[in-house]
Design a protein around this ligand. Sequence first.
Ligand code: SMG
Ligand code: MG
Length: 366
Amino acid sequence: MKITGVELRRIAMPLVAPFRTSFGTETKRDVLLVRVVTPDAEGWGECVAMSEPLYSSEYVDEAAQVIQRFLLPALPNEVDALGVARALEPIKGHRMAKAAVETAILDAQLKASGESFGRFLGAAVDRVPCGVSVGIMDSIKELLDAVEGYIDEGYVRIKLKIEPGWDVAPVRAVRERFGDDVLLQVDANAAYTLVDARQLARLDEFGLLLIEQPLANDDLVQHAQLAKQLTTPICLDESIESAEHAAAAISLGSCSIINIKPGRVGGYLEARRIHDLCRAHGIAVWCGGMLETGLGRAANVALAALPGFTLPGDTSGSSRYYKTDITAPFELEDGHLNVPQGPGIGVEPVKEILEEVTTSTEWITV
Ligand code: SMG
Ligand code: MG
């Protein structure tokens, strides 16, 4: 496939409510979209890097720059999505930027051949159960109101963001109010250290599905030590940037569950590799989220339909974050989202809405 040109488009999407995690508060999403144009089809990739390097070292300005200066020039004349990661390998890191480029190329390629993302990746179901990620709030009352709203909307699993000072109390309050049957998990975004093991063990009595990324990104060994001190299963997010990391975490005993985010690991092909590896080792996986617009969400929902995704993902409906999405909105039906069936990612941006939220565009002739 020959690429004619690539558009880098930045959009600004206000969130319906502030989303607070242990590392910061998001009030709007500054998203970089990559549109790859070929003679036969065009494809979209959504870069999940945030505006600041707080979730990981990547951030959106830098992602745009690395794509333009290093990634696009490294692509061969005749490009095949299956060869993109290999071509970009000499450039270290920048997995979110690489994922956006690979996804756009894969979308164009699948649109040209008429195959859907789900079919290409190996989806086993046509709809996926959905969880929701609930931010840190100013009060327990505010949290309980938010959780009640999501349960009423049909979400089948609740994830609470936690940090030191906001862990046992919110979990206890949610359990007391909504009962033991609610699928409940927590995400610390690396806010603790091994010194906090006893505090984290206090969460054991609440029957959580998992605790996500309690310790720092590079603490695989400490996560393995923590796992021995908790009955709550440990799930890794930030720590896993590749199939190699997943293999190391599994053999060290650092986790028994992995949150797979295609952006964090360099793309959907690496995400599938991690899925395959985990499945072979009996490690459950689920699909994470980075507050994607409908473009990124569509591809995530397809990934979440693979057979090893045995836990509900952070694949919420569009309205969890956005009043107006740039694609037709993803809407929960009975706690599930349908896997798009059209070619490629199966969705398109709505032109007028896209123009309205666009803050800049750049056309690069390849
Ligand atoms: O898309 O629903 C979503 C976001 C889910 O909590 C979520 N993501 O660590 O898993 C995570 C966070 C990362 C982004 S926080 C601003
Ligand atoms: Mg997480």
